[in-house]
Design a protein around this ligand. Structure first.
Ligand code: BES
Ligand code: ZN
Ligand code: ZN
Length: 506
């Protein structure tokens, strides 16, 4: 899809579909629709019915005599206009255009006067943020995972060209800059979605590692893939233990960017379980297919690297991805087994379905060799986190309040929101083991928290944040710009966070 910003007037726009943001306040609504009436005359008469009022999610296609379709989308109230509202209405315009089989789409910039006195206008980078939000809404909204569906003649064709239209040269420049950022983070999010949505017979530990390497080659990121022998030699007992039930050997991926930068070092760790059957503690068959997405943390890390490289972020970034399947077999890990991890600590496996923490333990231990300022891990770790927060926010736990506050702000800006859960010492005893240093499950209560309490045993001396993305990485129902399935959660959040990171080390 070609995506540009054009300086022209609405009358001159060359596109089959033209999207217009319409705001809801009576006075603004009247002003905006009067201008349209003037332009398209009787074709605007459906407005008279009063059904379309500019509320969010409302859409009204109009058919002027010039063979284009004018798609009015409700942008909601000016007084509540945020980047998120723009993302959502841009997605609606794009999806409507596609369903009408338009292959080219123009989106008029939202009215500058309206926008500048809205909450979004307080942003300071109003037009960059707007350009980014439009790109995000369109690209993420149009995403579909149809690679495995044999094409039918009645399938909605792709939109091949999108343009944002402004009459102003100065806004053109800012919209362009924003568009470029939005395009990169959205395409990288779609990459993460593709990885998560692909079935587990395509994405295996070895092929996931290869995908990371491919992304590395395309973006000049150094990628190393450690194979079983090396993983064993490093003492990664957790990753070896979880993988031993599968015929496919594990991989451990190391991605590195800006290796010689003197800026702060951030390590991103992603859970890469390419299929989680539960192992010997096997899951019920209903819904098990969803566990092909148990590598969504890994997908987010790979997507973040792709975006960070394209945007030339200055910090030194390291990505660590333990890749394995979790399957039952005659050689599988068993309840009661004791594993020794890379940092020498042991864990008692009480439930083989709590496998994510076992492999993350080794990755968090391995991270210490980079002397990082900060380590963020992303993992579809616990069903308990989904029970607690649903699909609207990821669980966030860690040892550094300022970093978590920054992540929370990045989450509010990107709408990939995170919500902190506590790590009170009282939770420690829930994962006490009689036979090892720590046990991999904590019983019925506070499951998302005991998962993080387990991980805490394996971190080094760095600042650390754990994001439990079990609920946000995969959606059971589509939202405005996220189809059902993998959401690519984490890419936009982390890039925004890294972008706002202060420039000096420490
Ligand atoms: N991959 C699952 C967690 C999960 C659940 C992700 C639902 C996405 C949606 C994880 O490995 C797991 O099975 N966790 C167990 C932990 C329990 C045994 C302590 C769980 O949540 O039930
Ligand atoms: Zn599991
Ligand atoms: Zn899992």
């Amino acid at each position: 899809m070609k995506f540009t910003v054009q300086r022209t007037l609405i009358e001159r726009v060359n596109a089959q579909a033209v999207g217009v943001f319409i705001f809801e306040e009576k006075e603004l609504f009247r002003r905006q629709t009067a201008a349209l009436r003037e332009m398209i005359g009787p074709a605007a008469s459906p407005l008279e019915s009063g059904f379309f009022t500019g509320k969010p999610q409302q859409v009204l296609p109009l058919y002027p005599a010039d063979h284009r379709v004018l798609i009015l989308v409700g942008a909601g109230k000016q007084s509540q206009c945020t980047a998120e509202k723009i993302r959502r209405s841009a997605a609606l315009a794009a999806k409507t255009a596609r369903s009408l089989r338009a292959s080219t789409l123009a989106l008029l910039e939202p009215d500058p006067e309206i926008l500048s006195s809205s909450p979004l206008g307080q942003d300071g980078r109003l037009w960059e943020t707007t350009g980014a939000a439009i790109a995000e809404g369109v690209i993420l909204g149009l995403y579909r995972f149809d690679r495995y569906i044999t094409k039918h003649a009645d399938a909605e064709p792709d939109i091949t060209r999108v343009q944002i239209v402004t009459p102003s040269a100065s806004r053109l420049r800012l919209l362009k800059r924003g568009l470029e950022y939005g395009r990169v983070v959205s395409e990288s999010t779609c990459l993460a979605r593709d990885l998560a949505n692909a079935p587990a017979n395509e994405i295996t530990p070895a092929s996931l590692a290869r995908k990371a390497a491919e992304v590395g080659r395309a973006n000049r990121i150094r990628v190393r893939i450690l194979t079983e022998q090396k993983i064993r030699a490093l003492g990664m007992g957790g990753l070896i233990g979880v993988s031993q039930g599968s015929a496919r050997p594990p991989r451990f991926v190391v991605m590195e960017m800006n290796r010689n930068s003197r800026r702060s070092t951030v390590v991103l760790v992603g859970k890469g379980v390419t299929f989680d059957s539960g192992g010997i503690s096997i899951k019920p068959s209903a819904g098990m297919a969803e566990m092909k997405m148990d590598m969504s943390g890994a997908a987010a890390v790979i997507g973040t690297f792709a975006a960070a490289a394209k945007l030339k972020l200055p910090c030194r970034l390291v990505g660590l991805i333990p890749c394995t399947e979790n399957l039952p077999s005659g050689t599988a890990l068993k309840p009661g087994d004791i594993l020794r991890h890379i940092n020498g600590k042991t864990s008692e496996v009480d439930n083989t379905d709590a496998e994510g923490r076992l492999i993350l333990a080794d990755a968090l231990g391995y991270a210490d060799r980079y002397k990082p300022d900060l380590v963020i891990d992303l993992a579809t770790l616990t069903g308990a986190c989904v029970v607690a927060l649903g699909h609207a926010a990821a669980g966030m736990l860690g040892n550094d309040e300022p970093t978590m506050a920054q992540l929370r702000e990045a989450g509010d800006r990107t709408y990939e929101r995170v919500w902190q859960l506590p790590m009170f010492e009282e939770y420690e005893k829930l994962i006490k083991s009689d036979v090892a240093d720590v046990k991999n499950v904590g019983g019925r209560w506070a499951g998302a928290i005991t998962g993080a309490m387990f991980l805490k045993n394996f971190i080094g001396t760095y600042k650390w944040v754990h994001l439990d993305i079990a609920g946000t990485a995969m959606l059971e129902e589509a939202t405005d710009y996220t189809a059902k399935g993998g959401s690519g959660f984490g890419v936009r959040l982390l890039i925004d966070f890294l972008n706002h990171l202060k420039k000096t080390p420490g």
